[in-house]
Design a protein around this ligand. Structure first.
Ligand SMILES: [Zn+2]
Length: 281
């Protein structure tokens, strides 16, 4: 935890250094970089994934880790302020409105996510898939100088982990699409850029997605924060990667491949009509 604090301070310094350069980053870029740090905890797998042994990176995503009936019961920590809670609810609504997954307020379910108002230096993190019982999705609330996890994009990212997804650049085929600047990543952080074979993860036949809400940002885990660590392969080296606005069209397609049953079959399959006469045989 202390190391994470040092990391945060280092970034504040880095941001100040950047500010003294002729090219001044936009305020939103500085904010994004500060917030992205909260997804880079040194003690968590790939910076923001809980529940995986750091020495055992074969986080197999088995069907048993999927949510029953595509429903994810949730509880929002009462410690959030009303405005923070509203941001989390927008993230939930985005997933509910665009995918087959249904996040529902928990009643008596034993397995559910608890969206926790995280204290300073706890960062943003989640488990991957249904763990069983109460599982935390941690969102650090705003603290001056430390950034925040209370943005719609970050909340969507962490909840998407809980629904069952790893990071986009973990894909088996990622080396065809991105290059990694290993020299700008601390040796003890390089494992965060591992990718996995098809026995471990699947991309459901979808194309590689620079625009995924689950992709790392270009400067994540950088030693020199002005130098990239991951970027698109030529000719895509300047393509933005790792947006934190919300689910991309490909994110949605993959979530719907994992959870294939539409929420309301009557709207998707209009041939089913409740007022039609009973078929006769
Ligand atoms: Zn993540």
């Amino acid at each position: 935890m202390a190391r994470f604090g040092v990391l945060c301070c280092a970034v504040v310094l880095a941001v100040q250094l950047v500010s003294s350069l002729p090219v001044i980053p936009r305020a939103d870029e500085v904010e994004d970089a500060k917030n992205a740090l909260l997804m880079q905890r040194e003690d968590l797998f790939q910076g923001d994934i809980a529940g995986i042994d750091m020495d055992n990176r074969n986080g197999i995503l088995s069907p048993t880790k999927r949510w029953t009936n595509q429903k994810v019961p949730y509880v929002i920590d009462p410690k959030f302020t009303a405005s923070q809670r509203a941001v989390v609810e927008v993230a939930i609504a985005q997933i509910n409105n665009s995918t087959n997954v249904l996040l529902v307020l928990r009643t008596t379910e034993t397995s559910y996510i608890f969206i926790q108002a995280g204290a300073v230096n706890t960062g943003c993190y989640s488990y991957v898939g249904r763990v069983g019982g109460r599982q935390i999705v941690n969102l650090q609330v705003p603290v001056p100088g430390y950034g925040t996890c209370i943005t719609v994009g970050i909340a969507v990212h962490e909840i998407t982990h809980a629904i069952g997804f790893y990071h986009e650049q973990s894909r088996t085929d990622r080396d065809n699409h991105v290059e990694i600047n290993w020299n700008n990543i601390n040796p003890n952080q390089r494992h965060n850029f591992n990718n996995y074979d098809e026995k471990t993860i699947t991309h459901f036949g979808q194309p590689y997605d620079y625009d995924s809400v689950m992709h790392y940002g270009k400067y994540d885990f950088a030693i020199d924060r002005n130098v990239w660590t991951i970027r698109g392969k030529e000719p895509y080296e300047d393509t933005p990667i790792g947006q934190r606005r919300g689910l991309s069209p490909i994110d949605i397609a993959k979530m719907n491949a994992m959870y294939p049953i539409p929420k309301n079959p009557t709207t998707v399959a209009p041939t089913v009509q409740t007022d039609a006469p009973e078929p006769t045989n």
